[in-house]
Write a protein that binds this ligand. Structure first.
Ligand code: KDG
Ligand code: MG
Length: 411
């Protein structure tokens, strides 16, 4: 009998952070694929979608037919899109590419057309309470070999908001308190005026103290309106950012025209998009310079390579989202794509919590500012289910930002 999918195992684990892994097992003894379906703060919604709705449709299917399985899971089930379903689909898609690579005896980058570069230029995150502290942290990152650094600074009045307060990555979900309730979220208030004053000062300080060689990025995290974002992009122009990330909310694609007209600061967008359709207007109107979707939230490698191909003739480069809240299979998929596509720009990366390699070994290797893909067949990432069981899921919450008047603001 020809090869079939015999089981789909959904593994939820917390070796320092919550992850949802997908293991697709086949009828060939020992042949399986590993994917990542982690959605920060909504892990159990994805795990349930996989267990209850996706898995029953996959059993008995031919794992070789990745595109067909993708189309059936996306369109064939009528209800399509959104972060939960597209993350579930991404986990399946990555595991199927992993199986295909193992069968071919080729690393994923080879299946995707072969190497266009040896390794992927990587960037790390730093933050700080003031520009001087951010500078110290950029210097530390440069000491580790990074040539590209994303810099965030505390916004007066809003301690604990994303990207501020030392180097702690506040993007991590906050754990449930011991009595079961949600932990207090962001302390203080986030105000656009304070933010718009402090960020240009940060980059003026960094350029003056560090010179022009280090490439710098900044993540707005969708918190500005069009005219505010235009002002920020214009005021940052003298400091030559590699890009200004996610200046506007994902719903307002046409508003990118306002920002674009105002400045030559390169723009990046995409971690909150869930399909190529959402990327299209920004790409075809050349309103951005970097598309930075999350491979784990857009349906996986199958959709990511299409987005990269759509972006290429418009001279838009990729900068796939690579935060700590997606697992090693996504980071591996990012770097395989980076090393195969022609229009790669830069790769966001993290150093995983200590226990992660025990559960999910094989993340891309970092060396002197670059990430290297695995040479093993497939993604090169494995999953130890026994080790995963030692680290049970912990409910977590993402921060919520409020303005001084008490109203909710984009985080
Ligand atoms: O879960 C949210 C994080 O993925 C996000 O806050 C990280 O913006 C982010 C980035 O650029 O890494
Ligand atoms: Mg971001």
């Amino acid at each position: 009998m020809s090869l079939r999918i015999s089981d789909v195992r959904v593994v939820v684990t917390c070796p320092g952070r919550n992850y949802v892994f997908v293991k697709i097992v086949t009828t060939e003894p020992g042949l399986y694929g590993v994917g990542d379906a982690t959605l920060n703060g909504r892990e159990l919604a994805v795990a349930t979608a996989l267990e209850e709705h996706v898995k029953p449709l996959l059993i008995g299917k031919d794992p070789d037919r990745i595109e067909d399985i993708w189309q059936e899971t996306f369109r064939g089930t009528y209800w399509r899109g959104g972060p939960v379903l597209m993350t579930a689909l991404a986990g399946v898609d990555m595991a199927l590419w992993d199986i295909k690579g193992k069968r071919a005896g080729m690393p994923l980058y080879s299946l995707l057309g072969g190497r266009t570069r040896q390794s992927a230029l990587a960037y790390t995150h730093v933050g700080g309470t003031d520009p001087e502290q951010v500078e110290d942290h950029v210097r530390e990152a440069m000491g580790k070999g990074f040539r590209v650094v994303r810099a965030q600074v505390a916004v007066p009045g809003a301690t604990g908001t994303y990207g501020v307060g030392g180097r702690s990555e506040a993007a991590s979900a906050r754990w449930e308190s011991p009595d079961g309730g949600a932990m207090p979220l962001v302390e203080g208030n986030w105000e656009p005026d304070a933010y718009l004053r402090v960020v240009p000062r940060l980059f003026e300080h960094l350029r003056t103290s560090l010179g022009d060689e280090i490439a710098l990025l900044h993540d707005v995290h969708e918190r500005l309106n069009p005219i505010q974002a235009a002002r920020l992009a214009k005021e940052l122009e003298p400091f030559h950012l590699m890009f200004l990330e996610d200046p506007l909310r994902p719903e307002h694609k046409e508003s990118f025209r306002v920002v674009r007209r105002a400045s030559t600061t390169p723009l990046a967008m995409g971690e909150l998009f869930h399909s190529k359709y959402e990327c299209l207007p920004l790409i075809t109107e050349q309103l951005i310079d970097y598309i930075r979707c999350d491979v784990a939230h857009i349906g996986g490698i199958t959709e990511a390579r299409k987005i990269a191909a759509l972006a290429e003739p418009f001279q838009v480069l990729t900068a796939w989202h690579g935060p700590g809240d997606v697992g090693p299979p996504t980071h591996a998929a990012n770097v395989h794509l980076d090393c195969a596509i022609p229009n790669f720009g830069v790769q966001e990366m993290v150093f995983f919590p200590e226990a992660v390699p025990e559960v999910c070994p094989g993340a891309p290797e970092y060396r002197d500012g670059y990430l290297w893909p695995s040479e093993k067949p497939g993604l090169g990432v494995d999953l130890d289910e026994e080790a995963a069981a030692k680290y049970p899921y912990r409910r977590g919450y993402l921060p919520v930002v409020r303005r001084a008047d008490g109203s909710v603001h984009d985080w």
